[in-house]
Write a protein that binds this ligand. Structure first.
Ligand SMILES: NC(=O)c1ccc[n+]([C@@H]2O[C@H](COP(=O)([O-])OP(=O)(O)OC[C@H]3O[C@@H](n4cnc5c(N)ncnc54)[C@H](OP(=O)(O)O)[C@@H]3O)[C@@H](O)[C@H]2O)c1
Length: 301
């Protein structure tokens, strides 16, 4: 049985990752903050990334999946640095002699603003928000340190991940129901969405196929404008199509990094990951109805 450590396992994507790893018979350790627990039983190590003395005792791992981070909703750059960069360094210090491999989760924001062209993994990184600069610094730190220590390393850049929790449920579905959702800047920018099952499935495929020394874009095969995606979701739940909000007002409410990341057009090719992983939901048109069914079965809709 392979042993893995998952950080961020109490979060939206991490909790799904843990469920699927369990189904695949992995022996799972999680890093959880005090008072938190994973949804399904795992071997929990209580700790916080900001602790420079993080410890995992005599545990050893075949792979560390590092998902824990603050989201771009956090506007304080010092907090972002402390958790997303210093926290990553603290984690590395604690696991450097305990793991054979590591997979770091990041987002497509690292590619900046590629305009209307479709990008792949050869596109240069061009971070243009504090949030993404810090995430890229953490990635580069891990790349270099893992190389030096002989630890296999890969980075997975997710598109916008939707599922029955996280931003899709909390910020979109609930607000569409309450008629309080607005499209920042009109929503005509393209996004690379990915259903959480495919985000998690691809990440496991990278590990199981030993796709190390590489980075992977994980978005579905159907780039779509945010407006089309939102209106399709509204139709699925019988809500009205939302109106718009100017970017400057959205930035005042949600922070400039988040709105810049959201309103930057991003069309990304999933050709590389598709060589080792077959998407369950190649398009939001199949993925959203599945999430809606899940929400209904949990009486959340
Ligand atoms: N959601 C998306 O659309 C998306 C897109 C691209 C990339 N990603 C990346 O995917 C990863 C997971 O995202 P998510 O949406 O699942 O995020 P999430 O729901 O906000 O979960 C974040 C996780 O990180 C943990 N965490 C935060 N600060 C920590 C700290 N100081 N010490 C230890 N753990 C800490 C949280 O623990 P608590 O439960 O204790 O708060 C939680 O388990 C992140 O790296 C994110 O940047 C997400």
């Amino acid at each position: 049985m392979e042993s893995v450590l998952v950080t961020g396992a109490t979060g939206f994507i991490g909790s799904r990752l843990v469920e699927i790893l369990k189904e695949r018979n992995y022996n799972i350790t999680t890093l959880v903050r005090p008072g938190k627990h994973t949804k399904i039983e795992t071997s929990e190590v209580v700790g916080d990334l900001t602790d420079s003395n993080l410890e995992f005792g005599d545990k050893t791992f075949d792979c560390v999946f590092h998902l824990a981070s603050h989201t771009p909703l956090e506007k304080n750059v010092k907090v972002l640095e402390k958790v997303n960069l210093e926290g990553t360094k603290n984690l590395f210090k604690a696991i450097q002699d305990k793991t054979k491999s590591m997979i770091y989760i990041s987002g497509l924001g690292v590619y900046g603003n590629p305009g209307e062209s479709t990008i792949d993994e050869t596109h240069p990184y061009n971070p243009d928000t504090n949030f993404v600069k810090i995430r890229l610094d953490a990635q580069k730190f891990l790349e270099e340190e893992c190389k030096e220590k002989g630890i296999n390393f890969a980075t997975v850049h997710f598109g916008d991940v939707y599922g029955a929790e996280g931003w899709f449920y909390e910020m979109l579905i609930k607000r569409l129901q309450k008629k309080s959702f607005r499209l920042p800047g009109g929503g005509k920018y393209f996004k690379g969405f990915v259903n959480v099952d495919d985000a998690v499935g691809s990440t496991i495929a990278v590990y199981e196929n030993k796709g190390f020394g590489e980075s992977y874009i994980v978005a579905d095969s159907t780039p779509v404008t945010f407006k089309e995606f939102v209106n399709f979701t509204a139709d699925q739940i019988g809500a009205k199509h939302p109106g718009n909000v100017p970017n400057f007002l959205a930035k005042a409410a949600l922070g400039s990094d988040l709105i810049k990341l959201l309103t930057t057009s991003m069309k990304a090719s999933n050709q590389k990951i598709s060589k080792i992983y077959q998407f369950k939901f190649p398009s939001y048109k199949e993925g959203i109805p599945s999430v809606i069914s899940e929400l209904k079965s949990k009486n959340l809709l």
